[in-house]
Design a protein around this ligand. Structure first.
Ligand SMILES: CC(=O)CC(=O)O
Length: 689
């Protein structure tokens, strides 16, 4: 990373000389920030004298009362308030928070019931429609009554293949109001991906889109949905409800002998009775999310209603500093946990922008202008999106004033210092550029933003309140204060430890996923360090993707940070370690996808090598750099390093439905025979001379 210079203290993880990175934002009046307001609230409530965020964080991970403070501060609505915070138990057993309390997730999300706009639904065409909180509640009432009329009960699964739309919100909220368990995938997921998920959880109800538009192209989903229904009918499905075309509004049919209903037919079956929010235990299951495994069936992660409510509302209120009247635009599909996390925006009384389609069609400029015109206060996106805007040389401030934009946050992959610096330089100086990480496994965050503290390029500002996030070395020793890189772990219970994996009898898969590395401690799989000069945190990549040439361990994100300076000519890269059975050591391979048909020349390769050497060290320089046509990505736009690493090292992969471009993996098999490939390249160069 640009803010660290390696020393010569190898072998092993390179020691680091830390410096203070470039400061990119500071609150004009930190005492007005929400974390500060919460600190004062806690001090006042308990007669404490916690002086700053760090002392507050320390309190939050040493006294269980913190979670009750948070409950009070966030104004959690319940019919039976809690009398006890936790029944302590080992983390693998998902300790129960707030035993005895009764509440409903949807009642807490649909907190507003007035004529203010709560959701703006926007499409590629530029067309958008608005829904007040009263209208949304009415839609949820009708949907929930129809679900009840058709036999949906507490604990049944409701699955959806939907766009990021008002229907998605209404279906999810109606299911939660009854105590059913909701699960969604996006419309671009292949039939196999959908089946890999829904065959496991056996939904009673399936809601499916039939026709959508993406990047200007009409997509007929009926063949895919027919296939899915034909399979799921043998796995417990009772009702399939087809949503009208998002383009024409017309009802379309699928080819299946299974009896389907249109949305209008389904809604007409419900009684005209008031909306009822079932009062359920805090630990009642709410949603099933899926791990993005790139081979084998996805793990079905079951999250609790209370856990997701408290954690997402905390992340939105205290992390993003969002409240009543703010506007939150998270660019996401319904297959990413950010969709579920974004609902916390409604719980604090904010407005959501629900966008479906490509941001690049018809024109990214139109999309960015919309963000400015809609007076979005919080805009969330991914590093790839930022890379595209930067690569295309777009200057947002030439398209709109973005005067309302208080926060621009980038999640889903490591955000490198150049990306932070670029975003901060092209947005108003008042915009807080930040990132957070946690993800699907906890549907919340371990580290993230804090508006009472300065923000530095490349760093997560803080450990999130209530989360005992630590850095462990290979022996399980805490190395937080050393500046060394290690495993991101969480050693204390929090409410969004999943209830478990669906169908994982004996919790074996659950144990293997999080608890096998260090006894009793959640290991998240990220390679992380804390900068002792700022206390900010940096992630260097996934720990199973750590690069290890000659025993020098570093993260792929360190290489990506350097490559970011080539963003005008390089579209994307993937950096992995190769170690075949015949190799004595690991070598680092860097694969580069060029922008707009450009060629990766020898001169550019030399320049990249020199840049890596200068920014990091000679030992970080990849052994080989190759041009490739495609970088394998998950449907949530994450680079698939592990699969590529395994393929170039000799394994054969059967990609799962989580891979967005599975055919791209084929491009990497030839690198197993590296010597042959290099000899052929040499011959080609000779022939040219
Ligand atoms: C907040 C996040 O952690 C998002 C992600 O990485 O998927």
């Amino acid at each position: 990373m640009s803010n660290e210079a390696p020393t010569t203290l190898a072998p092993g993880i390179m020691a680091t000389q830390w410096t203070v990175p470039k400061q990119i934002w500071q609150h004009p009046n930190p005492s007005h920030s929400r974390p500060e307001q919460f600190r004062r609230f806690v001090n006042h409530k308990h007669g404490l004298n916690l002086k700053d965020y760090h002392e507050l964080h320390n309190y939050s991970i040493s006294d269980w009362t913190f979670w009750k403070d948070l409950w009070d501060y966030l104004g959690i609505i319940s019919s039976v308030p809690p009398t006890k915070v936790i029944i302590e138990a080992p983390l693998i057993e998902s300790p129960e928070f707030f035993p005895g309390s009764r509440l409903n997730y949807a009642e807490n999300i649909l907190i507003r019931n007035d004529d203010s706009v709560s959701c703006t639904v926007a499409r590629e065409s530029g067309h958008f429609s608005q829904y007040t909180s009263r209208e949304i509640r009415e839609k949820v009432r009708r949907m929930a009554n129809a679900m009840r009329a058709n036999g949906l009960k507490v604990g049944d699964r409701v699955a959806a293949v939907v766009t990021n739309s008002i229907d998605a919100i209404v279906i999810a909220m109606a299911a939660a109001s009854i105590g059913a368990i909701y699960s969604s995938t996006a419309t671009d997921m292949g039939a196999q991906g959908v089946l890999d998920r829904y065959k496991q959880i056996k939904p009673k109800f399936v809601f499916a889109e039939t026709e959508v538009i993406y990047a200007g192209k009409l997509v007929d989903l009926t063949p895919k949905i027919s296939h899915v229904v034909e399979e799921l009918k043998h796995h417990g499905v009772d009702h399939v409800i087809l949503l009208p075309s998002t383009v024409t509004g017309k009802d379309l049919k699928i080819k299946s002998d299974f009896k389907t209903l249109t949305l209008a037919q389904f809604l007409s079956t419900g009684k005209d009775v008031p909306l009822v929010f079932e009062q359920l235990p805090f630990n009642h299951p709410l949603i099933i999310l899926y791990s993005s495994g790139t081979s084998g069936p996805p793990k079905c992660i079951v999250h609790s209603a209370g856990g997701i409510l408290m954690q997402t509302k905390k992340d939105v209120a205290l992390g993003l500093d969002m409240w009543w009247g703010d506007t939150y635009f998270q660019y996401t599909s319904c297959a990413w946990m950010m969709w579920n996390a974004m609902l916390g925006g409604l719980a604090v009384g904010g407005r959501l922008i629900l966008y479906d389609g490509s941001p690049f069609h018809p024109d990214i400029k139109q999309f960015l202008k919309f963000v400015s015109d809609q007076k979005v206060t919080h805009f969330g996106t991914s590093p790839r999106f930022v890379g595209e805007i930067q690569g295309r040389g777009i200057k947002p401030l030439e398209l709109g004033s973005f005067e309302a934009l208080r926060m621009f946050f980038v999640t889903g992959a490591v955000v490198t210092p150049p990306v932070y610096e670029w975003a901060a330089s092209v947005l108003p100086p008042t915009t807080h550029v930040m990132s957070a990480t946690g993800g699907t496994d906890i549907c919340s965050t371990f580290v993230g933003a804090c508006t009472s503290m300065p923000a530095y390029a490349g760093e997560f500002q803080v450990k999130v309140l209530g989360m005992k996030t630590e850095v462990y070395d290979y022996d399980g020793k805490v190395i937080d204060d050393t500046g060394r890189k290690g495993e991101l772990v969480c050693s204390r219970a929090h409410p969004s430890i999943p209830l478990g994996f669906w169908g994982d009898v004996g919790r074996k898969k659950f144990f293997d996923a999080y608890f096998a590395r260090f006894p009793g401690v959640w290991t998240h799989g990220d390679f992380i360090a804390i900068n002792p000069t700022t206390k900010g945190l940096l992630i260097f990549g996934r720990s199973d993707g750590v690069l290890n040439p000659s025993g020098i361990r570093f993260g792929s994100a360190e290489i990506y940070a350097v490559i970011d300076k080539y963003t005008a000519i390089i579209e994307d890269t993937i950096c992995i370690g190769q170690r075949r059975p015949q190799d004595k050591d690991e070598r680092v391979l860097l694969f580069v996808k060029m922008r707009d048909g450009r060629i990766l020349t020898e001169a550019l390769k030399a320049d990249i090598r020199e840049s890596i050497k200068q920014a990091l060290s000679a030992r970080h320089v990849p052994a080989y750099i190759f041009q490739v046509e495609e970088i394998p990505l998950t449907v949530n736009n994450k680079k698939i390093e592990i699969a590529v690493k395994q393929i170039v090292s000799g394994a054969t992969m059967k990609p799962s439905g989580t891979v967005a471009n599975p055919e791209s993996l084929q491009l990497y098999y030839k690198y197993f025979e590296l010597e042959k490939l290099l000899a052929a390249e040499k011959e080609k160069t000779k022939a040219k001379l």
